[in-house]
Design a protein around this ligand. Structure first.
Ligand SMILES: NC(=O)c1ccc[n+]([C@@H]2O[C@H](COP(=O)([O-])OP(=O)(O)OC[C@H]3O[C@@H](n4cnc5c(N)ncnc54)[C@H](OP(=O)(O)O)[C@@H]3O)[C@@H](O)[C@H]2O)c1
Length: 277
């Protein structure tokens, strides 16, 4: 492990799904961390570029988790501008949390590389934790998940594996200039995933495939912000079309072990009671 890190590592999205877990790992190893988010000190806000410079002062490396989503149009330019500012401030070690099969995400990766940084890219599959820390919690509690998605297989990845990979890439040598595609060990359809969660939670939870316009209307009824509604439609209509229906060796390459399986995630998470009502 690298015990020469004495300046803080800035973790953008440091209170979110992957960032929080990375911060916990670094802190547990006695490494200094600065949380980069609207609740951080100093405050970091993607929408207010004037907050970026102060957050970068004196840091040794940055974990970049963009918000709301790296697939949103314009994300690549924003991530590129941030990476260039970091390099101009002397912060060259940058890790980017990216997404698989997303044109905007892949453009952001190119922006990161072009910034001159010592880059590492974690290009991730759909997170398992979207079912327990994201927008799917509510429908799971209601007993019915209705999505405009086919039987396409997705290799859901556990965010603990992502945080562990980020920790290793930041603290051990050999990861600069590497792109890791992080995915779980098994392809599951959304219907399969919901069935596994129902089984683990001991509940009857249905999965229903609905047309896109019905999904759009349901999102409008929930008063979701327009960018989130756009994003969900994009993910379900464009990205989940089969292009990501394959396994990858990214977790094995970084961590030297197999990725965590969805059933282990479902069993552990069910035991917290989050899917019980
Ligand atoms: N979810 C997936 O399946 C998946 C898959 C592949 C890639 N990704 C990528 O992962 C990234 C994070 O997605 P996520 O769903 O896991 O979200 P998340 O990390 O759980 O998002 C919340 C984080 O973003 C911060 N945040 C919110 N608004 C912000 C703003 N305006 N400026 C700065 N920080 C802000 C929040 O902190 P505060 O509230 O304190 O600001 C919090 O730390 C996205 O770029 C996404 O494209 C996600």
């Amino acid at each position: 492990m690298n015990d020469t890190i004495t300046s803080p590592i800035l973790i953008l999205g440091g209170t979110g799904k992957t960032g929080r877990r990375l911060a916990e790992r670094l802190t547990a190893h006695g490494l200094p961390v600065r949380i980069g988010s609207r609740s951080g000190n100093p405050r970091f806000d993607w929408e207010i570029p004037a907050t970026w410079g102060p957050a970068l002062q004196g840091v040794s490396a940055v974990y970049i988790s963009y918000y709301p989503d790296i697939a949103v149009p314009g994300a690549a330019e924003t991530v590129g501008a941030f990476a260039r500012l970091a390099v101009a401030n002397g912060v060259t070690r940058l890790l980017l949390l990216s997404g698989r099969g997303e044109a905007e995400a892949q453009r952001a990766e190119e922006m990161l590389k072009a910034s001159g940084a010592d880059w590492t890219i974690l290009r991730c599959a759909w997170f398992s934790q979207n079912f327990s820390e994201g927008f799917l919690v509510e429908p799971l509690l209601e007993g019915e998940v209705a999505l405009p998605v086919s039987n396409v297989g997705e290799p859901f990845v556990d965010v603990d594996d992502i945080a562990e990979a980020a920790f290793v890439a930041l603290t051990e040598p050999g990861h600069v200039g590497q792109l890791y595609e992080l995915a779980g060990p098994r392809l599951l359809s959304f219907a399969d995933a919901v069935a596994e969660i129902g089984k683990a939670a001991g509940r009857d939870i249905r999965f229903v495939r609905i047309p896109h316009d019905e999904f759009t209307a349901a999102m409008a009824a929930h008063e979701l912000p327009p960018e989130i509604a756009w994003l969900l439609n994009e993910l379900f209509t464009q990205v989940l079309d089969g292009r990501n229906e394959s396994l990858t060796d990214g977790v094995q390459r970084v961590l030297g072990r197999a990725p965590k399986d969805f059933s282990a995630y479902a069993t552990e998470t069910a035991s917290t009671g989050i899917w019980s009502n």
